[in-house]
Every structure is written in structure tokens, then in C-alpha cells.
Design a protein around this ligand. Structure first.
Ligand code: AMP
Length: 280
């Protein structure tokens, strides 16, 4: 596997591959790779001739300095895992390479970036849009793979790609979970053993919401779920919302929308976990 730190080397390598007629699949990551990431590479391998990755902990998408500082970094293990996953090339730039000048781009995704993660992490999705667009320009992939784990992020990237007519197909991949239901996340390694035992409560409650869909009102179910989670002394729900799966608007009634998803962010000790589940 080729590992490049510069944009120039990455572009040169990929233009050669493209010249030979290869299709290129791309999986952007922030590293600390786990099985959830690797499932994206599996999907990319099936659809494309050449699979590429990026590892970049994007500082401008962190609204919390402490979170950026504590973000797990495992570069050596990551490179080994990418090699095993059949990745042909990894682009691993430093911050200077990606942002030689201060970033001034501003995106507005209307409602999509104002709610949930957008509301509680101001600037987060602007940082995501800036880095993903820049990575798309560098890699110029045929297809790019994103996890449903970051549901709102996926909707933002789909919207950006559509609105800017970027020549890339966005492929959504299912959330990989631990056997007890906890969504795999790079941040899970920061949980204490005690917290790790409590963490699966999040997915348990989301699954219970799915079972109770239409049996109660949307607001009743949201309130019930927040109460269930906050009953654990260690859990603190930041938001839990049942929303339209495309617009992310909260419908008043189950019949107001063709597809709904429940999204939540929960603090567990010093770690902030997000999860979601498509209800129908
Ligand atoms: P990250 O490194 O956290 O930026 O994630 C890189 C990509 O992996 C994003 O598209 C995530 O949505 C995806 N991802 C993270 N965790 C999971 C998971 N448990 N299952 C599936 N995809 C995931």
C-alpha cells in the first residue's frame, strides 16, 4: 500500500490509476480504525478497482479543543489495518498540507446543519463540508463511502454533493455494532470499563423506540426515551429527536413523514456518544 503525505503525490498516483481506466473508491476517516471503518472498505472493494483512504483528524470540525486533543490516534495500527483491508493508497496529510491558509469557506445547509449535531456543535458541519470537499477534489473518486452511524453528516454530504453537482456517488453503509449493540466508534476506547457496561443502553432504548413506533405519540416516545437514559446516573442526554429521515424536521405526527429516524447524543463520563436508528 502506498502512503502519501502530500496532495501532489496523491494526485499523481491516482491520475496514473485513472489513466489505466481504474475506478476509484474512497473512504475518508479520522483514523483509530475499527470494524465499522473496515466495513466501508469492504463495500468499496466490491464496487471499485482501486480503494483509497484518507486519515486526517480535521481540526476545524472540532468545536471542543479537549475533544480534539483527546481524539485517539493509532497511526501504525491504522496503516496495518488498511493494508489488510486491501486498500491501495492512503493519504495521510498533516494540518499544514490540508490548510496552508486560514479556512474562510462558509456553507449553509439550511435546516440540516442547524439541528441536533449542528445545534450542539456549532461550526462542526462547516468543518466537515470543507474537508470532504477538499478531499474529493484531491482524490476525485468515482464513489465515496460514509457510515449511517453519522446520519446527519451523511445527509449533509449528500446535499453538498447534489447541490454542487460534484461528480461522485455517495454510498451509505450500515452502522456496525458491538455484540451488545453499542455502535462502534473511535471514541469507545475512552470509556472506562464501568462506562462500557452502561453504554449499550443507548442502542437498547433506540430499539425500544422502534418497537413502540406509532403506539405512542412522537413527543411521548422521545420523553420516555430521554427519561430511560437519564435514569442512569452516568448518562446525560444532550438531545434525542425523532425526525424526518431526509429533511431532519420533527414531524408532529407519525403520518407526516414517509421515513423517520431517531438520532441521539449522550454524554457518558467524559465521552460524547452519538447513535441513531431508522424507524421506518
Ligand atoms: P470517522 O473516522 O469517525 O470520521 O469515520 C469515518 C467514516 O466511518 C464515517 O463515514 C463514519 O460514518 C464511518 N463509521 C464510523 N463508525 C462506524 C460504524 N460503527 N459503522 C459504520 N460506519 C462507521
Amino acid at each position: 500500500m502506498k502512503v502519501f503525505r502530500t496532495i501532489a503525490e496523491t494526485k499523481a498516483y491516482l491520475s496514473e490509476a485513472r489513466g489505466k481506466g481504474a475506478t476509484i473508491g474512497f473512504v475518508p476517516t479520522m483514523g483509530a480504525l475499527h470494524q465499522g471503518h473496515l466495513s466501508l472498505f469492504e463495500a468499496a472493494k466490491k464496487d471499485n478497482d482501486v480503494v483509497t483512504a484518507s486519515i486526517f483528524v480535521n481540526p476545524i470540525q472540532f468545536n471542543n479543543k479537549e475533544d480534539l486533543k483527546k481524539y485517539p490516534r493509532t497511526p501504525r495500527e491504522d496503516i496495518r489495518k488498511l493494508e489488510e483491508a486491501g486498500c491501495a493508497m492512503a493519504f495521510i496529510p498533516d494540518v499544514e498540507e490540508m490548510y496552508p491558509e486560514p479556512v474562510v469557506d462558509k456553507y449553509d445547509f439550511g435546516y440540516l446543519d442547524k439541528v441536533m449535531e449542528g445545534k450542539f456543535r456549532p461550526g462542526h458541519f462547516n468543518g466537515v463540508a470543507v474537508v470532504v470537499r477538499k478531499l474529493f477534489e484531491i482524490i476525485n473518486p468515482d464513489r465515496a463511502y460514509f457510515g449511517l452511524k453519522d446520519y446527519q453528516q451523511l445527509k449533509i454530504i449528500e446535499t453538498m454533493t447534489r447541490e454542487l453537482k460534484l461528480p461522485v456517488e455517495i454510498v451509505a453503509c450500515p452502522t456496525m455494532r458491538e455484540p451488545d449493540g453499542l455502535a462502534m466508534s473511535s471514541r469507545n476506547v475512552r470509556l472506562t470499563p464501568e462506562e462500557r457496561i452502561i453504554a449499550p443502553a443507548i442502542y437498547r432504548v433506540l430499539s425500544q423506540i422502534k418497537e413502540k413506533t406509532r403506539k405512542y405519540s412522537i413527543t411521548e416516545l422521545e420523553n420516555w426515551a430521554v427519561h430511560q437514559l437519564n435514569n442512569y446516573e452516568e448518562l446525560n442526554v444532550e438531545y434525542l429527536e425523532i425526525v424526518d429521515a431526509e429533511t431532519l424536521i420533527r414531524p408532529g405526527d407519525w403520518n407526516d413523514s414517509e421515513s423517520m429516524v431517531v438520532c441521539t447524543a449522550v454524554h457518558l463520563g467524559k465521552v460524547r456518544l452519538i447513535d441513531n436508528l431508522i424507524l421506518f
